[in-house]
Design a protein around this ligand. Structure first.
Ligand SMILES: [Fe+2]
Ligand SMILES: [Fe+2]
Length: 157
């Protein structure tokens, strides 16, 4: 799999982590009383997911997007639209994490469910947009251009 293929494959890996977090959120919501052990595990999984997301966004913003923008100026406007999705997801995951930390002091299950919902909505919308645009990029690239993209971005992987 080349660099562009890996970028798309990363979404499958991240989405399976989001689904794992979604399962824990559903368990938190279904309990009669707050389960602090479960909320602690949910916080730990959310921190790992946040770190993986930030690493993925960092690679896209510092390397993949500027390189693609330069190689395919015709898609520059669409690529530029993707940055705002990263900001929305970063804010939403911070709100969600805050609700989990606050749960140590009081029953915050309503905030946890709403926080996850906000994060999940922004995450899935961004992945759908980005996968559509990257598929368009991949379809328009020659094998030589794909090799060139891999060479130009490998230092940041
Ligand atoms: Fe991505
Ligand atoms: Fe992205």
């Amino acid at each position: 799999m080349d660099a562009l293929g890996l970028l798309l494959h990363d979404h499958d890996v991240l989405t399976s982590h989001v689904e794992h977090v979604a399962g824990l959120v559903a368990m938190v919501g279904s309990r009669a009383e707050p389960d602090m052990g479960l909320i602690g595990e949910l916080l730990r999984q959310t921190e790992l997911l946040r770190d993986a997301l930030m690493q993925h966004f960092g690679f896209e913003e510092e390397s993949a997007f500027p390189t693609l923008r330069e190689m395919m100026p015709v898609l520059a406007a669409e690529i530029d639209m993707l940055y705002s999705g990263h900001d929305q997801i970063s804010e939403a995951v911070a709100v969600f994490e805050r609700s989990l930390r606050d749960a140590k002091r009081a029953d915050r299950r309503a905030e946890i469910l709403a926080g996850y919902e906000g994060f999940s909505t922004s995450y899935h919308a961004h992945v759908a947009d980005e996968s559509r645009i990257l598929t368009k990029v991949a379809d328009a690239m020659s094998p030589t251009a794909r090799w060139d993209f891999a060479e130009r971005t490998k230092a940041h992987l």
